[in-house]
Design a protein. Sequence first.
Length: 366
Amino acid sequence: MTKYRWRDRPDLLARLIDTGGVQTWVSRDIVLKPNEAVTIIADGKIHDTLSETVLKNFAGGWGRWFGSRMGLGSTDHKLLFTMTGPFDLLFLIDGQLRDGTHARGMAVLRLQFNREDCAKLLNIFANGPRLLDRGFFVSLYERELEERVVRPLLSQFDDGMAIRSREFQDGFEMACRAEMRSSLGLAGLTLLKAYCTVNETDVEQLAAYRHEMQVAGDTEQVDADAALAKLERARAATLARIEMESDIAQAQARGEVAAELEHELKNLRKHEASLQVERDHAQGMADIRVGEQDKKLQSAMAAFEVVQQKKQERMRLQAELNTERQAQTDDLQKEMLEMAAEHSALTPDVMLEFLKQQTKQKEADK
């Protein structure tokens, strides 16, 4: 039985497919991993939402169950696949504080689709693409986040030190919950956590991850999936470390002892560093391979250039030789014609033979 795997890259969050007739899917088997669900829509009505655990319990597999459940009466079937585990969206913060100081950072929203609310995604699919990834939701919510949360909040703080405070972090999360609840709810999303970082190194690192994942996702290379998986691990490690630093800062602001958190942060930093070393090594090897390919290409181009130059030189010498030979032939023929004319032997037959010989010589020169 053919297996269908709907999620082929880590940043993909939802997919809607038109199944056509029931018979098409009776012979296929749906593959769901933990934290994934499929919602069945028949003739515009929500039929059911199934998880990985539920699918495993079907006697005879998905195909048999799907065929018997849908029956032959319905004709329009759709399958909505959703990633129901927590995921993070990254938003650039760029604005001004109350004193006019420029502020730049990265906001992180941790969101989740609840299984019971997956069908609400049809509100998005009604006017959107059939594939929804993290980039889509960033584009969907970034303007609203900026106008309803970031700008008003930044205008309440005086300087760069203030936005590193616990008050700013608390204010940001509360504003996100209050201002974004309605629009997130329309898509079946629940806000689990919201926090910011204004550390320049972290902001640049997260922005680089986002760009690299977009480039890797657009690449059709064989190793694109492996590259995306490595980037996802590195990105997750960086976010975990940033989140832990934020939690420790808030705990210290409350006067709480954060020994366990400090120990966990140390381990997170080690893990992040090891992943960075792995990525640097992989990038170094890739650069070496690219360099070797460039050298081979340059060598081949140089060899081709030499061959072309030699060919052109041969053609030039041949042309000069032909020109010189033709000039000698013309001089000889001229003398012969003059001698024939002096002895009254320049008859039409002689002229015809002369022209034939001249034509043969030109063809031989070619």
